[in-house]
Design a protein around this ligand. Structure first.
Ligand code: NAD
Length: 510
């Protein structure tokens, strides 16, 4: 655990981390297989600590604990207001220990500390927000003449498997944990194997806050073993998965025989469509921020700049100039704008895309290599490629790094066609000052989330999710409860409606 005092954000040297254990049934414990793996510091690629490796037996223990807590424990039976009170205590505790979470996540995944603060604040907000939402959640009533009153009630579903990626683990997991708990479910969280630290810290915090044993469990481990066992487990009722589209497809196949419900938040290759009449300077700010924050490892990254021909060259040059100025370095340095990629293998994968862009004829305007002054760690310069065509791999595939590709378009129809020329449909950004075109283009783009003249600013009440290969379902506000709750309809007869009478004949009819 981090030993930083609450409030003060530590430097890397202040963050002391012990072995990462599973948290099952209210106890921290090693895996039954007694095997462990290392989580690496992306600045040095040296091991931070050992992480218990969860195998099928650990998953079975965790699902068993969650099942008992759901079937017999108090949590699903509490009133919504009582659960909301606990959620608000969790939010306060996260704020009180924000420095801890910030230090751990900076160390584990290399996000710049200045950006990590906002993500920790959002983690607390997730609990406050869903505490309020569950208190307001109500069913619907349908009066059917004088004969019936029908109404709906929300009930928890059961044991939830939350399988999370490594790019923003604290913010993304709490975005699921909060509504899932609010609804009265119990949880087995499987953090990504590359980013285990804040999940263990969160388990300790929920324990301190007094969540009953078994309501929240954490099993560390790899996707193919711990993750797959969790998905296949008959004791799990619902799976919220965030990660790559290909993994989503494997999970759906694996869980098919036990008929689970899924929410899938998957990959993206989101366009930023900038028309010639847009506010140029604000568009430059947004384009740069939307691809290079969070180290470019962001599902809603605006990774394809699609710019109208008259401003195309000026725009790509302006964006490239800013990219060249981005400070790449130590995530614990307040001045750092771009930290390291998470792992050497991810650095290698992203570097492979840089090579492919050059080989396929894209024009590199900024970056394209490791910074000269950072010879170790997983650092990469903020990179901009111009003249990228839809046939190139870097136009089609999610790179998940600080790499922007730019393509010109002539008119509105071509802008929309290029924006939609992807198998993904998570987010899109449209920049124009022409009102009707803004709406027209936003609606013509097939993406779950479209921002107009804006960077990615979230309202937690609105539905979040992707179209096409970017996901299935929506979470956020009421939509989260559509997934984390069962909806039961109760039909009540108010009077003596006619009932079909069978078996009352006198036996003489033929
Ligand atoms: P990933 O799919 O490799 O892994 C995600 C999680 O799934 C990890 O915990 C992993 O252990 C687990 N997993 C892997 N194989 C599994 C299997 N067969 N069965 C069960 N679990 C398995 O994704 P990643 O590399 O960790 O994350 C990056 C991806 O996540 C990107 O594609 C990014 O766009 C996406 N993402 C999407 C959103 C969104 O909201 N749409 C948000 C963040 C990240």
């Amino acid at each position: 655990m981090s030993q930083a005092s609450p409030g003060a954000v530590p430097s890397a040297g202040d963050v002391h981390v012990g072995p990462q254990l599973h948290y099952i049934g209210g106890e921290f414990r090693p895996g039954r297989g007694a095997t462990a793996f290392a989580t690496l510091n992306p600045v040095t690629n040296l091991a931070i600590t050992e992480v218990a490796e969860g195998l099928a037996a650990d998953v079975d223990d965790a699902v068993g604990a969650a099942r008992r807590a759901f079937d017999e424990g108090p949590w699903p039976r509490l009133g919504a207001r009582e659960r909301a009170t606990v959620l608000r205590r969790i939010a306060t505790a996260i704020r009180d220990h924000a420095a801890d979470f910030i230090g751990l996540e900076c160390l584990d995944i290399g996000l710049p500390i200045a950006q990590m603060r906002g993500l920790a604040a959002r983690a607390a907000e997730n609990f406050d927000f869903f505490a309020g939402s569950i208190e307001e959640l109500s069913g619907q009533a349908y009066r059917v003449g004088d004969d019936f009153l029908n109404y709906t009630v929300h009930k928890p579903v059961g044991v939830a498997a939350l399988i999370m990626p490594w790019n923003a683990p604290l913010m993304l997991s709490t975005w699921r944990i909060a509504p899932c708990l609010a609804a009265g479910n119990t949880i087995v969280l499987k953090p990504a194997e590359w980013s285990p630290l804040t999940a263990t810290r969160l388990a300790a915090l929920l324990d301190e806050v007094g969540l009953p044993p078994g309501v929240f469990n954490v099993v560390h481990g790899f996707g193919e073993t711990a993750g797959a066992s969790l998905v296949a487990h008959p004791g799990v009722n619902l799976v919220s998965f965030t990660g790559e589209s290909a993994t989503g497809s494997a999970i759906m196949a694996n869980g098919a025989s036990t008929l689970k419900r899924y929410s899938f938040e998957l990959g993206g290759k989101s366009p930023v469509v900038v028309f010639a009449d847009a506010d140029f300077d604000r568009a430059v700010d947004a384009v740069v921020a939307q691809i290079f924050t969070m180290n470019g490892q962001r599902c809603t990254a605006g990774s394809r700049l699609i710019a109208q021909a008259p401003i195309y060259e000026d725009l790509v040059q302006a964006v490239a100039e800013r990219a060249r100025n981005i400070r790449v370095g130590d995530p614990f340095d307040e001045a750092t704008e771009l930290g390291p990629l998470i792992r050497p293998e991810h650095h290698e994968r992203v570097s492979g895309y840089l090579d492919s862009a050059v080989a396929e004829g894209a024009r590199c305007l900024a970056g394209g290599k490791r910074p000269a002054d950072l010879s170790s760690g997983n650092f990469l310069e903020a990179t901009v490629f111009a003249d990228v065509t839809p046939e190139m791999r870097v136009f089609r595939e999610e790179i998940f790094g600080p790499v922007l590709v730019a393509t010109p378009f002539a008119d509105e129809a071509e802008g929309i066609r290029l924006a939609n020329a992807t198998e993904y449909g998570l987010a899109a950004y449209v920049w124009t000052n022409e009102l009707s075109r803004a709406h027209r283009v936003a609606q013509a783009i097939d993406a779950g989330l479209v921002w107009v003249n804006s960077q990615n600013v979230r309202d937690l009440r609105t539905p979040f999710g992707g179209m096409k290969q970017s996901g299935i379902g929506r979470e956020g506000g009421y939509y989260s409860f559509e997934f984390y709750c069962e909806l039961e309809t109760i039909h009540v007869a108010l009077g003596e409606h006619p009932i079909t009478r069978l078996g009352v004949h006198d036996g003489e009819d033929s």
